[in-house]
Design a binder for this molecule. Structure first.
Ligand SMILES: Nc1nc2c(ncn2[C@@H]2O[C@H](COP(=O)(O)OP(=O)(O)OP(=O)(O)O)[C@@H](O)[C@H]2O)c(=O)[nH]1
Ligand SMILES: [Mg+2]
Length: 422
């Protein structure tokens, strides 16, 4: 894979259509996000083209007149790449390439490209390659291959030239191999997760760039990569976090969500995203200062729903409170989102209050139990210490009476231990 940072930056145009369900203002915001994505991928956007149209053109996505206008802009300004905000059909890509004679890429292709250049671990690389091959399969046209060779750069990384040139059967074989590999990795991951079972597992979820990794760093005093760019994090990171003197939890930071996340990517990242599904509590981190905050919340909620995790307890963590002046926003959000907390992960504002809220939520799932154990039964005593949170221990002649808080997670195991005492 090529490192984008060292590569020459491409010159690009972004194109969007405000069709029936989208207003012009909304599409303008979407295009701004697309410009950020392009920047992350290593392209400088010189022009933004927005067309208001009842529906998408089936042959060109935009009107033919606009296509010709873009072709001219490409010649005038030495543009190498044209990025479209919606997914294009293979036929649309072909038609656009023929008229514009530049590389054409859609939003999904661009996101896949960013993932390809950012993937570091074996698992992430495998997941991205699988998603890319699935995305490419219907788009394998001669023109596409020809153009990718001619221009290189964005949209041509990942599985590599040789695979693009091979026939579809070989790609399908490669897809099957990658799937098998991912299944093996998923098994390993689930074994690792079992090892963390007695801890409370908490997942950070949220739109990209809202401050999830910053929050993980603040809570765990660690140094996870943080950047003011989309998709800084791809691989899940887990840290043991102390919430108060007696409560610890495993906190997992994972990939951020975005609107129109390519479904191949979601499918490929299933094992990574399973971290979310397996968590006991979700922290839905929101960037309070973002103009599209509401839509970002909705995108994340629907992604959580798609992952089958909608039933999990959620705390809405409104971050970047330092960047917002209007306090009435906070009052309104408090009424709508419950439970919620307002913090600045970066500046460390209200982190203590947030930890208290988390501890309360964890403790609400605890039951207090009393155990009478023989003084000499070291094994049971030590097991209870490992699995529960001890409230008190009193001694009589032969026994210890232990009062402890037992979480739902370990209740079954503790009950089994108690049965073996009797
Ligand atoms: N003003 C302000 N900026 C913050 C705060 N927390 C994080 N940021 C900034 O927001 C940007 C994104 O932070 P990250 O922690 O990388 O966000 P993320 O959600 O992990 O992003 P991805 O991994 O890309 O999905 C960085 O520039 C942070 O410095 C905060 O409390 N206030
Ligand atoms: Mg991150």
């Amino acid at each position: 894979m090529i490192d984008l940072v060292k590569e020459k930056r491409e010159r690009a145009i972004v194109v969007g259509v405000a069709a029936k369900n989208t207003t012009r203002a909304q599409e303008e915001e979407y295009l701004q996000e697309l410009v950020l994505l392009a920047d992350t991928a290593g392209a400088d956007v010189l022009h933004t083209v927005l067309q208001v149209k009842d529906r998408f053109d089936s042959a060109y996505y935009i009107g033919k007149g606009k296509v010709e206008q873009i072709a001219q802009m490409c010649k005038d300004d030495d543009i190498s790449l044209v990025i479209f905000d919606d997914d294009l059909s293979p036929a649309q890509v072909r038609n656009l390439e023929q008229t514009i004679e530049r590389k054409i890429i859609d939003r999904s292709g661009l996101i896949l490209d960013i993932f390809a250049s950012r993937a570091k671990t074996n698992e992430a690389k495998t997941q991205v390659e699988l998603a890319q091959l699935n995305y490419m399969l219907p788009r394998l046209t001669r023109m596409w291959t020809h153009l990718s060779k001619q221009y290189g750069g964005i949209g041509t990384k990942g599985p590599g030239e040789t695979q693009i040139e091979t026939d579809r059967r070989m790609i399908r074989e490669r897809i099957a191999t990658l799937k098998e590999k991912l299944e093996r990795i998923a098994t390993q991951r689930s074994t690792q997760r079992k090892g963390r079972k007695e801890f409370h597992n908490i997942s950070l979820v949220g739109y990209t760039n809202v401050g999830k990794s910053t929050l993980l760093n603040t809570l765990s005093d660690s140094n996870v990569f943080v950047e003011n760019r989309l998709f800084a994090t791809l691989d899940p990171t887990t840290r043991l976090v102390s919430l108060d003197a007696s409560t610890q939890a495993m906190l997992t930071d994972t990939v951020g969500f975005i609107r129109k996340l390519p479904h191949h990517l979601v499918a490929s990242f299933k094992s990574t995203l399973e971290e979310v599904v397996e968590a006991d509590i979700l922290l839905h981190v929101v960037d309070l200062s973002h103009p599209q905050m509401q839509e970002q919340i909705d995108v994340v909620k629907s992604t959580i729903h798609d992952l089958g995790a909608a039933h999990k307890p959620v705390i809405y963590v409104f971050n970047k409170v330092d960047a917002v002046e209007d306090r009435t926003i906070i009052k309104n959000l408090q009424a709508t989102y419950e439970p919620s907390v307002f913090i600045s992960a970066h500046r460390g504002i209200n982190i203590l209050g947030f930890k208290e809220m988390l501890v309360t939520m964890i403790h609400s799932s605890f039951t207090e139990m009393t155990f009478t154990v023989s003084n000499a039964d070291y094994r049971t005593i030590s097991q209870l210490h490992d699995l529960t949170e001890i409230v008190s221990q009193t001694y009589d002649e032969n026994d210890i009476i232990i009062i402890a808080r037992v979480s739902e997670k370990v209740k079954e195991r503790v009950e089994k231990i108690v049965r073996s005492i009797k």
